[in-house]
Design a protein around this ligand. Structure first.
Ligand code: NAG
Ligand code: NAG
Ligand code: NAG
Ligand code: NAG
Ligand code: NAG
Ligand code: NAG
Ligand code: NAG
Ligand code: NAG
Ligand code: NAG
Ligand code: NAG
Ligand code: NAG
Ligand code: NAG
Length: 690
């Protein structure tokens, strides 16, 4: 909020806005140059008589001497007028220009070698030296600078500077009488002389004295200025800057209610008149909220003209405020999503395995949820492939919004999942709770889903029976583990081939469980299940709305069916009719037409027994009553037995073939396989003997 406040102040401060908006305001008459060199020449000043307000004062007309680079604007006058203009300010009614410097230089016998007396005649010009911005300054040892005039009244003032040696004072010392001195000047000075009185130089080291009316702050004492003629030659080559107040001298501000005089200079709307502070006359100024040149028609322009600036500032402010609000919302979501509970829990259980990522991290990892990175989308949300800062590949699931009741369960689930470490379960690495939808970060499994391998990818790619058995066994082990091995039973609730991933060695990784597992199945979830997993749904659950471990067993039975038939859970038969795989299989099995259903690729005389037993297991899993189904543990055990049986049969008939090389191109993968590899020869001998 503090930022917003600062910005608000920034926004309503007119000074700030004005200076931002002053980039392109007209300063001169149309068609007239607004600059000489890099110096802006605003009306009533102008280059040449046609461009200046000469009717107000002929001295407003300047010349631009372009023998210099950059060209220099000059006041048209004689040597008594400060000539070279340094800058002109309308706002403050000031002109800076270079003025003359008086000097006297002496010979060794104290006779005057050369002298110059500045006579400044400003009568008739709009200029009067500013009393506050200028000083009479004299430089020298025993130099007396005097300024004197008679207009409007006789006036003399001056200062005396004394020193005995060049080392009496230091560079940068203030001009208080040692080496240099200064005196304020009077107001209303139009004609005056700057005189060095004819004292002779008493010190050979200091042959020249100087005196000038000069801008306050310009001169700083330097010992070298006492030597030779260095001051004029090195520091005041163009003269000494003098600040003059200028005004429209002929006339005055019209009294309230009177008609403006004919030559009234403040012609712009939204301008007003200001009486000159030094000498007669007046100045013009733009009204509050306007800026520009009040001496030109339409010269004062509303700051709103620069609406773009205001609008962009406003937008900036709004964006900033929104961002602040957004951050507050994120904190709110974090609390709602149980982030605090998660933190507490993690601290108390010393769980340090789970990463808590910010929304920013997630956006970075997924290239701002780039479509290129979508791995899949389903009933529960989108899954993106992400890359963390340490180059680790992850899968990021953006879940659907979870209602309040379930948030706590969601967090519990995450805590449990973060502690599960089973080689056939996709590992939960982290989460992000900052946003309205919680996001989960999983390890990235490169080879896609079992569903894709069976049904989508190149259908002709053979998947041998032993590999199918391996996948089935590993999946069953994973489910058995979550059903029984953890401190708290976790039900998957959505077992299907789409939720079994394969790593690059074709090991099964069960994924996407937990999100609904511990939740009571309310209506919403129920609809979600039907949407997501038609074909896998336990008919008992369908009726009772009650999810049990046996529901997972049923669904797993369907996965097994997919593995042995290579058909989808809901598939098109030869007559292009949608069929439920489980339903059809049960019918066919009862009609002794098992072999019509099986994937012809794996039908092999030697594997008949295995396939028959597999089919029996499937039938068992698909029992209509949950109680009649085996537990996941039993399923896993039976699959493991079948796997061994299949391997024995294979090695008996084809002793040379090393079957388990399918496990992975890069070597042995799971411990079972390692064991079988090592015992292959022994086993063979034993089998033959028996
Ligand atoms: C000011 O406006 C004129 C046209 O009115 C344009 O040519 C010029 O580039 C502008 N200057 C700046 C600094 O925007
Ligand atoms: C004009 O240019 C000179 C050097 O080229 C620079 O010293 C001076 O400050 C500039 N004046 C303005 C008003 O920009
Ligand atoms: C410009 O300045 C130079 C050098 O001071 C001078 O000789 C010349 O006459 C000036 N030209 C104009 C047009 O003022
Ligand atoms: C030039 O100087 C004389 C005095 O020497 C003065 O009377 C006259 O007004 C000055 N001219 C201008 C244009 O300043
Ligand atoms: C014109 O107005 C500005 C801003 O209000 C002020 O700073 C400036 O001194 C005024 N100028 C004169 C000559 O009064
Ligand atoms: C002072 O010296 C100059 C030459 O250095 C000489 O011309 C002049 O006459 C001398 N004056 C006096 C009064 O000695
Ligand atoms: C300046 O020197 C000139 C001669 O060069 C002389 O006529 C004049 O009186 C001197 N002025 C002063 C103030 O010393
Ligand atoms: C002034 O001081 C400098 C060193 O700081 C020295 O070199 C120089 O001779 C001194 N000059 C005089 C006149 O004392
Ligand atoms: C210096 O001033 C005195 C009067 O104080 C005067 O008599 C003398 O002529 C002046 N010297 C010069 C060179 O002007
Ligand atoms: C000053 O104003 C008066 C009347 O207001 C006018 O007669 C006179 O000519 C003006 N002087 C100048 C230099 O504009
Ligand atoms: C300056 O001049 C104006 C008008 O000529 C007069 O009203 C004012 O009193 C003078 N100021 C001083 C300090 O002399
Ligand atoms: C698994 O991925 C590896 C590369 O990561 C690839 O060579 C292999 O063909 C993939 N296997 C399957 C079954 O998709």
């Amino acid at each position: 909020m503090k930022e917003a406040l600062v910005l608000l102040v920034f926004l309503i401060s007119p000074v700030r806005v004005r200076s931002t908006a002053s980039s392109n305001l007209t300063v001169s008459l149309p068609g007239c140059p607004d600059k000489c060199g890099n110096i802006s020449i605003p009306y009533p000043f102008g280059i040449g008589t046609d461009c200046a307000a000469t009717s107000l004062n002929p001295f407003f007309a300047l010349t631009c001497n372009d023998t210099f680079q950059p060209p220099r604007p000059m006041i048209i006058g004689n040597s008594s007028t400060p000539r070279e203009v340094i800058d002109i300010s309308l706002e403050h009614g000031e002109v800076r220009s270079y003025g003359p410097v008086s000097y006297s230089c002496f010979r060794a016998n104290n006779t005057i070698l050369e002298n110059y007396t500045a006579e400044i005649i400003l009568d008739g010009t709009p200029f009067i030296p500013s009393t506050t911005r200028n000083r009479l300054t004299a430089i020298g040892c025993s130099a007396m600078g005097v300024i004197g005039g008679s207009n409007p009244n006789p006036y003399v003032t001056g200062c005396f500077s004394y020193c005995q040696g060049i080392n009496d004072t230091e560079d940068g010392a203030p001009c208080t009488g040692m080496g240099c001195c200064e005196a304020p000047i009077s107001s209303n000075l139009t004609d005056f002389l700057v005189i060095l009185s004819n004292l002779s130089s008493v010190w050979n080291f200091n042959p020249c004295f100087y005196a000038m009316v000069v801008e306050v702050g310009w001169y700083s004492f330097r010992k070298q200025d006492l030597v030779g003629h260095r001051f004029i030659n090195e520091r005041a080559t163009r003269g000494a800057p003098i600040v003059s107040d200028w005004a429209i001298r002929n006339g005055s501000c019209p009294k309230e209610g009177t008609i403006e005089p004919k030559d009234y200079a403040c012609v712009s709307t939204n301008s007003y008149c200001v009486s000159a502070s030094n000498g007669p006359g007046y100045l013009c100024n733009c009204s509050e909220g306007y800026e520009g040149n009040p001496y030109l028609r339409g010269g004062c322009q509303g700051v709103c003209l620069s609406a773009l600036v205001v609008v962009s500032l406003a937008c900036f402010l709004v964006m900033k405020l929104q961002r602040i609000r957004h951050r507050k919302e994120k904190d709110e979501y974090f609390k709602q999503n149980g982030g605090l509970k998660l933190y507490d829990e993690m601290r108390s259980r010393q769980v340090d395995t789970i990463l808590v990522l910010t929304e920013k991290d997630i956006k970075k990892a997924t290239d701002n949820y780039s479509m290129d990175r979508v791995l899949g989308c389903g009933g529960r949300g989108m899954v993106y492939r992400g890359t963390l800062d340490n180059n680790e590949e992850v899968a990021i699931k953006k879940s659907k919004t979870i209602d309040d009741d379930c948030r706590e369960e969601f967090v519990n689930e995450m805590i449990i999942l973060s502690q599960i470490n089973h080689r056939n379960i996709v590992r939960l690495l982290g989460c992000c709770l900052e946003v309205d939808v919680p996001m989960l970060v999983y390890e990235f499994i490169p080879n896609g889903t079992l569903y894709d391998s069976l049904h989508n990818n190149d259908q002709t790619l053979p998947i041998p029976l032993d590999l199918r058995l391996k996948i089935a066994t590993q999946s069953a082990e994973a489910l058995a583990y979550i059903h029984s091995s953890t401190s708290r039973t976790i039900l998957h609730g959505d077992v299907k081939s789409l939720n079994i991933l394969l790593d690059n060695e074709c090991n099964a990784k069960v994924s996407d469980f937990g999100a609904s597992a511990l939740k009571p199945l309310d209506k919403n979830d129920f609809i979600m299940l039907i949407q997501g997993t038609l074909g896998y749904l336990d008919p008992e659950t369908f009726v009772s709305h009650h999810l049990t471990d046996k529901s997972d067993v049923y669904s797993f039975g369907v996965v097994l069916l997919e593995l042995i038939t290579r058909k989808r859970a809901i598939y098109m038969d030869d007559f292009n009719e949608q069929k439920s795989l489980s339903h059809t299989f049960v019918l066919m099995f009862q009609q002794n037409k098992l072999w019509d259903m099986l994937d012809s690729e794996i039908i092999d005389d030697e594997d008949m027994v295995v396939l028959e037993k597999l089919a029996e297991l499937v039938m068992h899993c698909l029992s209509p009553r949950g109680d009649d189904r085996p537990t996941m543990k039993e399923v896993a055990e039976r699959l493991l037995m079948l796997k061994r049986l299949q391997m024995q049969l294979a090695t008996k008939t084809k002793p040379i073939r090393v079957r388990y090389s399918h496990g992975g191109p890069s070597g042995p993968v799971d411990s079972d396989e390692i064991r079988y590899h090592g015992m292959e020869t022994t086993k063979l001998v034993f089998d033959v003997d028996s």
